[in-house]
Design a protein. Structure first.
Length: 134
């Protein structure tokens, strides 16, 4: 099995998921049930692939705009879910590409698309204020 750019992007996604759940801002809630849920998700990150993948599905159901989770979690969960879908689409395209000699141009094209979409999601979920600051 060959390693491709989408595999590297999946590694980036799992790292971002881990960083999100381990970030102190994720735990910035007074709600004990939310903290318990976060602790459980953090434990599952060290499990097998199925355990790691189940974290985002569970978070998607529990972290909603009206839930008592932190604002950080409310921003990151939809970002991670949308990015996961995007990577799934890229993975299918990569797997369905015509057989050819692998070259760096194709590799970098997929890598660039994946990183570019992540940057777009960051801008979507974490907009930068363009105010004058006064």
């Amino acid at each position: 099995c060959e390693q491709g750019p989408v595999d590297d992007l999946w590694s980036f996604w799992y790292t971002d998921q881990w960083a999100t759940l381990k970030n102190p801002k994720a735990h910035d809630t007074q709600n004990e049930a939310c903290r318990i849920k976060l602790d459980g998700w953090c434990r599952r990150l060290s499990e097998d692939l199925g355990g790691r993948e189940s974290v985002i599905y569970s978070a998607r159901l529990h972290v909603t705009p009206r839930s008592p989770h932190s604002q950080f979690m409310k921003a990151m969960c939809p970002l991670l879910v949308e990015w996961q879908r995007s990577l799934g689409d890229l993975q299918m395209e990569w797997n369905d590409r015509p057989p050819a000699d692998e070259n760096m141009l194709v590799f970098f094209t997929f890598a660039f698309r994946g990183v570019a979409h992540y940057a777009e999601l960051l801008a979507k979920y974490f907009p930068v204020s363009t105010g004058s600051g006064s």
